[in-house]
Design a protein around this ligand. Structure first.
Ligand code: FES
Length: 96
C-alpha cells in the first residue's frame, strides 16, 4: 500500500479510496468542487513520487501539480499540503 506524506502526516490510502478522500479522512483541508478532474480546485503540488490518471483531466495542471480527486498514486508520494489547508507555492497564475 502506498504511503502518503504531507507536511503534517504520513498515512496509507484505504482500498478504493481516492487521494482526496484519504487527505480528508486524515484531517487535511483540501479545496474541491467537482471531484472529477474538471475544475482544478483540488490542485496540489507533488514533491516526490508520481501519479497517473485513468482519463486525462480537463483542468490545467502546472509542472509538479496533481489533482488528488482523480489521480492514482504510483507508490509512495510526498505532497506539499498540510492540515491547515494552506497551499503554499502554487503558481499565482493558476489561483487567479
Ligand atoms: S475537485 Fe475539481 S479537479 Fe479535483
Amino acid at each position: 500500500m502506498a504511503l502518503i506524506s504531507t507536511r503534517d502526516r504520513v498515512f496509507e490510502l484505504l482500498e478504493g479510496e481516492t487521494l482526496l478522500e484519504g487527505l480528508e479522512r486524515t484531517g487535511h483541508k483540501v479545496e474541491y468542487q467537482c471531484r472529477s478532474g474538471y475544475c482544478g480546485s483540488c490542485r496540489l503540488r507533488i514533491l516526490e513520487g508520481s501519479v497517473t490518471y485513468r482519463e486525462p483531466p480537463l483542468a490545467f495542471l502546472g509542472r509538479d501539480e496533481i489533482l488528488p480527486c482523480c489521480c492514482c498514486v504510483e507508490g509512495d508520494v510526498r505532497l506539499d499540503c498540510g492540515l491547515s489547508g494552506e497551499d503554499e507555492g502554487l503558481s499565482d497564475s493558476l489561483l487567479k
